[in-house]
Write a protein that binds this ligand. Structure first.
Ligand SMILES: Nc1nc2c(ncn2[C@@H]2O[C@H](COP(=O)(O)OP(=O)(O)OP(=O)(O)O)[C@@H](O)[C@H]2O)c(=O)[nH]1
Ligand SMILES: [Mg+2]
Length: 231
């Protein structure tokens, strides 16, 4: 190397040593400061009705990061033991805090009445995940209203639901079908698990509580996977 070139090389050395490639490593493209400080997306997971709340209890025990859990019901007893500040008891004026009595139209009316509260609860969310087992009054009636409110506000909505067990009453089945049809008109991101699809063949010999727990575990894992995809 000629002396003149060598001196130029020495003069440029501090710049080389401080170049983005060496400071940040890899490609040499500096990470834009806005990205380095960007906040992680906030996901709000809403478990609705007795089953939805039970799935959320399971999720809560896993302590997922960047996720806010909202335990939602019209039945005060079903919310017992859930974290107080994440609890959303809806429509006590209509239900007396005793649930929607397997009547989705009552669940729907409650959600409409509580529209402002729901709006407030989902504020700040980058994504909303709704969990329920369809068939009852609260999960089936409230879930489509919350999904529609989030959708109207431009918040992406993922729905994770199971259908009732085959031995549930015809009324539950019809409720579930109706609720599912409503949900599918609101969002494409719909994860539906027919009850039997997540159980072993010999599930007839299992206790009901065990069956519910298996279904809950599948809904919980699905919601967790959706959360990690979004973060
Ligand atoms: N997987 C699972 N299913 C449940 C559980 N509890 C009830 N179910 C089933 O889920 C369906 C809906 O029931 P609930 O969640 O109790 O209904 P809800 O949404 O609370 O509605 P209301 O009680 O009528 O206000 C029914 O088919 C039940 O058999 C649970 O803990 N886990
Ligand atoms: Mg209930």
């Amino acid at each position: 190397m000629r002396r003149r070139h060598f001196l130029r090389y020495l003069a440029a050395l501090p710049g080389v040593l401080l170049s983005p490639a060496l400071v940040f490593g890899g490609t040499g493209i500096p990470v834009p400061s806005a990205r380095r400080h960007a906040r992680t997306p906030l996901i709000k997971v809403i478990g609705i009705g007795n089953a939805g709340v039970n799935v959320l209890r399971r999720l809560h025990a896993m302590n997922p990061r960047g996720v806010e859990l909202i335990f939602t019901d019209t039945d005060a007893r079903a919310l017992h033991g859930t974290p107080v500040r994440n609890r959303l008891l809806l429509g006590s004026e209509l239900t007396g805090g005793r649930g929607a009595g397997h009547d989705p139209s009552l669940g729907h009316d409650v959600a409409i009445l509580e529209r402002r509260t729901i709006n407030w609860v989902i504020t700040g969310a980058d994504m909303v995940i709704i969990i329920a087992v369809l068939g009852g009054g609260t999960g089936t009636g409230v879930a489509p209203v919350i999904a529609a409110i989030a959708q109207e506000r431009g918040i992406p909505v993922t729905v994770v639901v199971s259908l009732p067990p085959p031995f549930a009453s015809k009324r539950f089945m019809m409720n579930a079908e109706h609720g599912l049809a409503q949900l599918s008109q609101i969002t494409d991101d719909l994860h539906v698990f027919p009850f039997e699809s997540v159980l072993p063949r010999n599930y007839g010999k299992m206790r009901l509580i065990e069956l519910f727990q298996r279904v809950d575990a599948v809904l919980c894992d699905t919601a967790l996977r959706e959360c990690s995809k979004a973060v």
